[in-house]
Unconditional design. Sequence first.
Length: 154
Amino acid sequence: MARLKVLAIAVATGRLGYVFLQGGELMEWKMSRRANRSEEAARSYVKRLIERLEPNVVATEKVGKHSRKGDHTKRIIAAVARVAEQSLLLDVVVPRLQQFANKYAEAEALAERFPSLKRQVPRQPRIWESESYSTIYFEAMALALAVIDQPQPT
C-alpha cells in the first residue's frame, strides 16, 4: 500500500503556508506572501504544489461562521479549496478545533511531535505586537493531523 501523502494548506492575514507529510513524516513546509495577494495567485501556487508534490490528500480549513478571519483571507481559503476539489485527489475541508490553550501552546506541542519545526515555534507576542508569520506552519500542521490521526476503518 502506498504511503499517504498529505498537503495541508493554511491561510492567514498576509500569508499562505503549507506542510507536506508523507507516511506521517514531515517532508516540507513553506510559506508564501505572494500567493496570498489574490485568489488567482493562490490558485496558481496551489496548482504548482499539487503538480510537484503529488499528494493523495489536500487539507484546507473549514471556516466557521464565528471565525475571526477577514473577508480576503476567507476568499483565498475558498480559492485554495476549489483547486483541491477540482484535482484528481481527495480534498478534505477540516474545521480548526481548539485543543490547546492558545496557538502558541499548540505550536509547542506540535514541535515536540515534529522536531524539525522547533526553530519555527513563535513566542507569544505582546498585545501591541503582530503575530509571528511562523504560526501559519502550525495551523497547516493541525489541519494535516486532523486527516492523518483519524482512526482508519477496519
